[in-house]
Design a protein around this ligand. Structure first.
Ligand code: ZN
Length: 313
């Protein structure tokens, strides 16, 4: 069977068993869930999941956000090509004040809210050229830093560096959906599919704690460029699992490259569902199988899920 046929067969299989997977996926997510303060982080470091690939990291009064996305476009709004723009009420409800926002790529489910947070908090945004173009559409491109690969940036006790990566290829494993730079020139045309992905990055974040440095690595899309990964012995790997079935041997390859001690499953939820409503799962994500894929590489790596997002304050 060609790999395209295999992908097609996989998708049909996923569609047929979606309902069953949903039940197993939900049980797995519940089984693996830790308390927000009970999973081995250094004292004083807070790591919260914001839904999809979004995280808030806080230490010693400094907060950085990664790929925050709370102004959800529903599937219907996406299909009607309605503009996908930040909703300041939702941003204020779900997102803490931030000192910096790190953007792994600019698909809508990673980037919609970044300009609103930058404007609200005066936060600096670190990402590729598409992220800065997006800020420019909101009139605040001066708050964007176009990162250099592997260069270390610092905000308070956090140091971070961007690792060139690539996006998982959907459409039978052949094509990155909405690839290339954002070309839209006006907010009125910025519907979900106008958020092209731009540069794609893995992001290493090191927290300079009072004890040893603590290292996290965020991978928002399930593909990689092995040669570019310089960071090993990662304490916590924030691992996007959606679309991994379209990347050859993804789980094994990324774990061999990063050699993490602990994995947080992320990007498993249905990003079309508004926060505060019962959450579903990304199409075909098969969370249930992921811990077995990890154990197949290294049984000592712990796999967890974090608590559901909650309103700030
Ligand atoms: Zn994406």
């Amino acid at each position: 069977m060609t790999s395209a046929m295999k992908h097609l067969a996989d998708m049909i299989g996923y569609a047929r068993t979606r309902k069953t997977h949903g039940i197993h996926d939900r049980a797995t997510v519940e089984d693996l869930r830790v308390r927000s303060d009970g999973w081995g982080l250094p004292p004083g470091l807070d790591v919260r999941w914001l839904g999809v690939a979004g995280f808030a990291l806080t230490y010693q009064g400094t907060t950085i956000l990664i790929d925050p996305y709370v102004s959800r476009s529903t599937l219907g709004q996406s299909l009607k090509r309605k503009p996908a723009l930040p909703d300041s009420d939702l941003v204020n409800t779900w997102l803490p004040r931030a000192d910096a926002v790190l953007v792994g790529h600019t698909h809508f489910d990673h980037a919609v809210d970044t300009p609103a947070i930058a404007r609200r908090d005066g936060a600096t945004v670190y990402g590729g050229t598409a992220a800065r173009h997006l800020l420019g559409l909101h009139g605040i491109d001066h708050q964007g830093v176009v990162v250099e690969p592997h260069k270390t940036y610092a905000v308070g006790p956090f140091e971070f560096a961007f690792t060139p990566s690539q996006h998982s290829k959907l459409l039978l494993g052949k094509k990155v959906p909405n690839g290339g730079e954002i070309t839209c020139e006006h907010l009125s045309g910025l519907h979900a599919n106008a958020y092209n992905c731009g540069d794609v990055w893995g992001i290493r974040i090191t927290v300079q704690t009072n004890a040893a440095p603590f290292t996290l690595f965020h991978q928002g899309s399930a593909d990689l460029i092995e040669d570019q990964i310089k960071d090993t012995d990662i304490d916590v790997f924030l691992c996007g699992v959606a679309g991994r079935q379209f990347t050859d041997d993804y789980t094994r390859r990324i774990l061999r490259a990063l050699t993490p001690h602990k994995i947080v499953i992320t990007h498993h939820d249905d990003f079309f569902v508004p926060l505060g409503q019962p959450q579903g799962f990304a199409f075909g994500v098969d969370v249930d199988r992921f811990p077995y894929e990890v154990a197949d590489v290294d049984r000592d790596i712990e796999v967890v899920t974090l608590p559901e997002p909650t309103p700030v304050g």
